[in-house]
Design a protein around this ligand. Structure first.
Ligand SMILES: [Zn+2]
Ligand SMILES: [Zn+2]
Length: 148
């Protein structure tokens, strides 16, 4: 059983790019502490007698946590919905071909370039399709590096 982020990294270090090791350790440790009252908690007490109590450990609120990730994503989506204007939207998914995924995995800085490149392509496509109308598109890009 894994007990700390350092143990996790000892077993998986060869799979993690060097510049990510520290943040992976932090993320794993934060997740493992999720709900553990030793790292902070709320104590609910019956106002009638003071004897009935319940202690609830703080949640980690990490997007990597199985318990908290859904809440993190829901909050992120709600924030985006507040920012965007009330018109039709398209959701487009770009995938990195399996053959070159390793390159991006080991050179994370390339993900930003890839994301910017995708946005540029979409901008270009819309501009060339709507020269008369002069449409400008708003683009939100997110990068999924894990999950399905
Ligand atoms: Zn009571
Ligand atoms: Zn959590």
């Amino acid at each position: 059983m894994l007990t700390t982020g350092k143990n996790f990294c000892k077993i998986n270090l060869h799979k993690i790019p060097k510049d990510m090791v520290e943040s992976v350790i932090d993320s794993v440790e934060i997740m493992l502490r999720c709900g553990d009252p030793r790292y902070g908690f709320l104590k609910y007490m019956c106002p009638e007698c003071g004897k009935h109590q319940k202690i609830v450990g703080f949640s980690c609120k990490s997007r990597f946590c199985n318990q908290c990730g859904k809440i993190y994503i829901d909050n992120w989506v709600n924030k985006q919905v507040e920012k965007i204007i009330d018109v039709g939207h398209r959701h487009t998914v770009f995938s990195i071909p399996k053959e070159i995924r390793g390159k991006f995995y080991w050179h994370r800085e390339m993900l930003k370039e890839l994301s910017d490149g995708v946005a540029e392509v979409i901008q270009y496509w819309y501009r060339s399709k709507s020269k008369k109308m002069g449409y400008e598109v708003g683009i939100i890009t997110t990068i999924h590096t894990f999950g399905t």
